[in-house]
Design a protein around this ligand. Structure first.
Ligand SMILES: [Zn+2]
Length: 288
């Protein structure tokens, strides 16, 4: 059907994509999505920007209609429709990352708040909430979380396990984490996705795989959609942007979706993370 874009009867969604301004256009992002039959992506500003960090006016091959939670893009030639969810990767005061997808909250950029405060607010505002890379600690260079944080994670799983989802992360390649742990960080970096799967089984959690692509340049757009979820189109309501958020939330809650879990390639990961790796190496040299 012209106007809807999906792969058969499935809508594929990669909820975590970080774009970088000015290195390519939204046309390039949407063309890549079409090529891999990804019908929707979460475009995240980080950590506190309220606006999508991207010049929308530059898209030429797609007609864009911006709602307050989602941008609808229609290919002018073939009529295919794609969706870009507006979102944020929030950084809480207690050291967690939370994806707030389809958000319209104006977050205070000067004061971080605890994770539970963001969860409560997001739930009240029909956001799709995903606790991303829960076992990789952003406060410790993405090494494993300490025991105290694991206890907190279990409390969150118990309290909000039916309301929010938990992310399987496409950047957390086990052998790269191992190398990073032994050579650079000197802290344990285990397979965080396996740990998440175990936790999910224990608490009956909803796991959402995302690519977590950081596309600093056009080539790195190839990470988009390596991991994704699929929703049966019949369960979604596209009539307006709020109903799309509602229906996706409901599908996640009921567990009525498929998952496709893959890691980005080693070359992608190395190129995307090189600035971070370099700064860690420099830190290490300075310390010694
Ligand atoms: Zn993160």
């Amino acid at each position: 059907m012209v106007g809807k874009y999906h792969n058969g009867n499935q809508l594929r969604v990669d909820f975590q994509v970080h774009l970088h301004r000015s290195n390519y256009g939204l046309d390039d992002v949407l063309a890549h999505m079409e090529q891999i039959e990804l019908g929707a992506a979460g475009i995240l500003s980080y950590p506190f920007e309220n606006e999508i960090n991207f010049p929308l006016s530059k898209a030429e091959r797609y007609e864009l209609v911006r709602g307050d939670r989602v941008i609808k893009a229609t290919n002018k030639e073939n009529g295919r429709r794609l969706y870009l969810f507006l979102g944020k990767e929030l950084e809480s005061s207690d050291g967690w990352h939370l994806l707030a997808i389809g958000t319209k909250i104006k977050y205070d950029t000067t004061a971080k708040r605890p994770l539970e405060a963001y969860i409560e607010e997001g739930l009240a505002n029909v956001e799709i909430l995903i606790l991303d890379h829960p076992y990789a600690d952003p406060e410790r260079g993405f090494a494993d979380i300490p025991k105290k944080k694991e206890r907190q994670l279990r409390r969150i799983a118990e309290k909000y396990g039916k309301e929010i989802a938990f992310e399987w992360n496409g950047y957390s390649k086990p052998f790269v984490r191992k190398w990073f742990a032994s050579r650079i960080l000197r802290a344990a970096c285990s397979d965080v996705n396996v740990k998440l799967e175990n936790l999910a089984e224990e608490y009956d959690l909803r796991v959402i795989p995302t690519s977590d692509t950081h596309a600093r340049n056009k080539r790195l757009l190839n990470g988009i959609g390596v991991s994704f979820v699929t929703f049966p189109v019949s369960t979604l309501d596209f009539s307006d942007k709020t109903t799309l958020n509602y229906s996706i939330k409901a599908a996640i809650k009921s567990g009525f979706y498929g998952t496709d879990k893959h890691y980005v390639s080693f070359l992608h990961l190395f190129e995307a993370w090189w600035p971070n790796i370099r700064s860690k190496i420099k830190e290490k040299i300075v310390k010694h």
